[in-house]
Design a protein around this ligand. Sequence first.
Ligand code: GLU
Length: 529
Amino acid sequence: MTGFHQAGGRTPDAVRQRRIFEGLLLPGEERVRVPEILRALADRGLRREDPRLRSLSARLDELPREATLDEDGFLHAARSGLLLLEAAISGRLTIPEFGGFVAEVGGAFRESARNRDGAVADYIPQLGRVEPEQFGLALCTVDGQRHTEGDACTTFCIQSVSKPLNYCFALEELGEERVHRHMGCEPSGVSFNELALNREGVPHNPMINAGGIMSGALIRRQDPISDRFDHVTNLWTRLAGGVRPGFSNATYLSERATADRNFALGYSMREHGAFPAGSDLVEDLEFYFQCCSLEMTADSLSVVAATLANGGLCPLTGEQVLGQATVQSCLSLMLSCGMYDYSGEWAFRIGLPAKSGVSGVVLTVVPNVMGICTWSPRLDEQGNSVRGIEFCKRLVERFNFHVYDGLGDAARHKADPRRAAHADRRQLLVDLCWAASEGDCEGIQRLVVRGADVNAADYDGRTPLHLAASEGREAAVRALLGLGASADIRDRWGNAPADDAEREGHEAVVDLLTGPELSGGRRGLATGA
Ligand code: GLU
């Protein structure tokens, strides 16, 4: 394989493109195979049907499966998806080691699936008829890396998950000040459908039933209910990257027929003058039932959650669907009020904004990282999906996703799968290479204590020991060897550190690297290996 740096006279763009091509070559091959391109995408969680990769996939579909491409052919075929491919191959997507990450997620999913506690909600008859054993999970990162487990593609009613989004839609339309004339931002401390309003006679927050009815009542009030419903479904479609929600008429009718409590809440709010002037209570309640009866899959909802995690910008389409201030308000209230009477404990144990619904859905947002949706119909006493809660507990046991895991090193035992962590590791390696080449022994010690890996190598396969050896830094070579650096690692040109020292005429360093204490004699040298 030709090194890109040897390609002489290439423009920076051509160098980058060459790197992408090289990243896809199998060892010893000069042409890239089409299945390798697809595998490289799939391994990193990118789907062929991702809107950003549509034309690349279409072009690959035209080629026979065994086709191979030279650099020009590859660049021509891949040109529309090149940036995404580059990010994927160079480890710059949100979760660089996606395979390892989703293996852990799968483990947490299967462990949670063993839990058969709880019971399906039956106060809305249609919900009571759902097969309780179902369990689906989907996640989508803010870069659009996706993963599913179990029944992720089965549709269900979104129920209370409509509430945070209707709140966002109202905020976008009217702004925070006007919306919060009609609702508070305090946890209610009582059940989601409790007949209770705050001291001002408005709902405590938008995440409980009274607040959900109110948010709906604020959306496009001047329009007929049919247009309001279209408006909301269009927004959901954009949040989900183009997948339109369905609608369960049976659930809507069933909910409307058994809605005494929600009617009571509506009348109580009207009695307190909570609605804007001119509201039609029955229509607003029906609109609320309809929004709860929208049907989606965990797979699509994970994209909605990822859009929230990404500050309102849909990762798959790049469209800013919601303003960042709107999303910030929404996530704040999801964190404090999103999980019914378990909200305080959820914030304490899981520490992530989330919203659950009585259909067994839990929508969880890891800000700046990913959206997660679980769905399993059996609920606990507070009305949250038993498996959904268990999965999230297991997730934050493994990964440092709790909002306060970043404080000090209290979460040291948890893994950090994010790109930032990888970028930190890369920075440590760069610093260590510099310290080694300058012979800064104290710097080397300090960086290794901070977690730098003495045997890590840069893009060219150069380790700190290569650099110290090239520069003839005897003390640094000694320090690195003492810290466990291997004298056997070869760079991409096949050279070990001792080869570098010999080439540069640093005999003392050659001796250090090939001395009897490094058993195997002059094993570091290319000639004597
Ligand atoms: N439509 C349901 C109700 O109003 C929503 C409940 C929920 O998911 O919390 O009772």
